[in-house]
Design a protein around this ligand. Structure first.
Ligand code: XMP
Length: 508
């Protein structure tokens, strides 16, 4: 990317992604790198500013992450946050000590000196603090510009060198004016112009893909999930019919989902190949009840179908993937992003001969991927889709998967989804699960012995932890009544009120 860039150097802070996202929201590109990035590489990157993140360590800790002191002599504006502040102070000759009173949570903070970070703000602020060390003595050339009851240096500044630091976290919502402080740093100190836009990103990627691919064919495994859908839309714009999208319908999709995905891509000028592979998947899954075995069988069969289809296009070199920026960051600074890519490719049969990955979303966060999807004209239904597990309904049917059970679950799930959407409940993810248990019921004058169906709805921001959603009783009641009336084979419906942990979101 040719945009002005603010480099975020990571020292283990849990908010590193948030810092980058906040800056990107201001239309300034922000890239996260490991805190030990060599100064020579930083110079080559030519960032307009650098942010040092927080982190759990003490600067005196044995394995505390550190940076080259030369970083502070580059003439590039730097903002240290939390551990980043302590590191800056420590490296430049200040004194960092343990707090008498550690500060956690929202803390009243007072601005005590002139500082461009706080331009236009009231003297009294609330800021989120989370620290056990603090800067007792600021380095030469710095002045303390904010304090709290227990921290005399809540912020420090060296205007001449454009070095700034805050003990609190401006990137989180709990810090009043935190966004404004970052804005003051990025625009007021670094001189950003706000040249990072999604339109620009799209244009740049289209150019790059065309240069990389020339007139060759690119294969994309399209699942209908947000990331691969956006890749499809972007590549179709870049290389039109050179793109071949392979959508494997394993028969374990939700009601009408295969058709919906196909219909969503009809308006695009792309080669969309739907492989209806339900029979071969169900055949392989016959009699299998163990969750992990189901997952493995489905994963392996998926690759076989994909391989069979890809062969029809000869010696295809390029494989497109929906890798996004968090995948790259999570893989760490040691270039392990490639390990993931490798893993993806390595998991594919060798004779597919893909040699080059095309990953146009590699630089984007999920919300940016969604913006790109919208700009490329993908329908909201695809852009704001809930996550759906690769093994599909197979992990929502407990025990053996049969055609009968699949049909029951598809119908019930469609009703629950409809009622949740109609009532605008807005949970992060919701679905039905077919348990393997039957119970006695009564319908008309007859005894029934039908399946117990579970409804699940959760709220979560990261899907790593989740809380059950307090769906209004009327919505549950309506869904339950409709399901038992309209779906044969279900007479009892229960609602799952477990959180994650100890449960997981999916049942298998
Ligand atoms: P769990 O069940 O582990 O799920 O709490 C967390 C989130 O991940 C989704 N999920 C998957 N997504 N392939 C995926 O792409 C999978 O195999 C898979 N399993 C679970 C799940 O729907 C939830 O959003």
């Amino acid at each position: 990317m040719n945009n002005q860039t603010v480099l975020v150097l990571d020292f283990g802070g849990q908010y590193k992604e948030l810092i980058a996202r906040r800056i990107r929201e201001m239309h300034v590109l922000s890239i996260i790198k490991s805190g030990d990035m060599p100064v020579d590489e930083i110079k080559k990157m030519n960032p307009i500013g650098i942010v040092l993140t927080g982190g759990p360590n003490s600067v005196y800790g044995e394995n505390a992450p550190t940076c080259d002191k030369a970083l502070f002599e580059l003439g590039i504006p730097i903002l240290g946050i939390c551990y980043g502040m302590q590191l800056m102070a420590y490296k430049l000759g200040g004194e960092v000590v343990s707090c008498n009173v550690s500060e956690y949570g929202k803390i009243d903070t007072e601005i005590t000196g002139d500082c461009v970070l706080f331009d236009g703000m009231d003297k009294k602020q609330v800021a989120l603090m989370s620290h056990t060390d603090y800067v007792k003595t600021v380095p030469t050339g710095f002045k303390a510009v904010a304090k709290t009851k227990d921290c005399p240096t809540a912020a420090m500044a060296n205007d001449a060198k454009k070095l700034y630091a805050v003990q609190f976290h401006p990137e989180v919502q709990h810090t009043e004016n935190g966004k404004e402080m970052l804005r003051n740093f990025v625009f007021g100190v670094c001189g950003a112009t706000g040249d990072y836009t999604m339109e620009g990103y799209i244009e740049e990627q289209i150019k790059l893909v065309r240069e990389t691919v020339g007139d060759e064919t690119v294969i994309l495994g399209l699942s209908g999930g947000v990331d691969s859908s956006v890749v499809a839309a972007l590549l179709s714009k870049a290389i039109g019919s050179q793109l071949v999208c392979i959508f494997v319908d394993h028969g374990l999709m939700r009601k009408n989902e295969g058709d919906d995905v196909e219909a969503a891509f009809k308006p695009f000028d792309l080669r969309f190949i739907r492989v209806n592979a339900k029979d071969r998947f169900l055949e392989k899954l016959k009699g299998v009840t163990d969750p992990e075995t189901k997952r493995k069988i489905i994963g392996a069969e998926f690759i076989k179908v994909f391989e069979d289809e890809s062969k029809k296009f000869g010696n295809v070199k390029f494989l497109a993937q929906g890798t996004i920026y968090p995948d790259v960051i999570e893989s760490g600074a040691k270039n392990s992003a490639n390990i993931k890519s490798h893993h993806n490719v390595g998991g594919l049969p060798k004779n597919m001969s893909f040699t080059t990955l095309v990953e146009p979303l590699r630089g984007l966060f999920k919300d940016e991927v969604r913006q790109i999807g919208k700009k490329l004209g993908l329908p909201d239904k695809l852009v704001y889709r809930q996550p759906f597990p690769g093994p599909g309904l197979a992990v929502r049917i407990i025990g053996e998967i049969t055609e009968e059970k699949l049909n029951i679950l598809k119908e019930a799930d469609a009703i629950f989804t409809y009622e949740m959407e109609k009532a605008n409940v807005g949970a992060s993810q919701y679905f039905a699960v077919l348990t393997n248990m039957r119970s006695v019921g009564v319908m008309g004058d007859f005894r029934t012995y039908d399946y117990i169906l579970a409804l699940r709805a959760v709220n979560t921001s990261d899907f790593m932890t989740a809380e059950y959603c307090k769906v209004p009783h009327e919505v549950l009641e309506r869904a339950s009544s409709r399901i038992s009336n309209e779906v044969d084979g279900v007479s009892r419906i229960v609602y799952d009120i477990s959180g994650k942990p100890p449960a997981t979101i999916e049942w298998e």
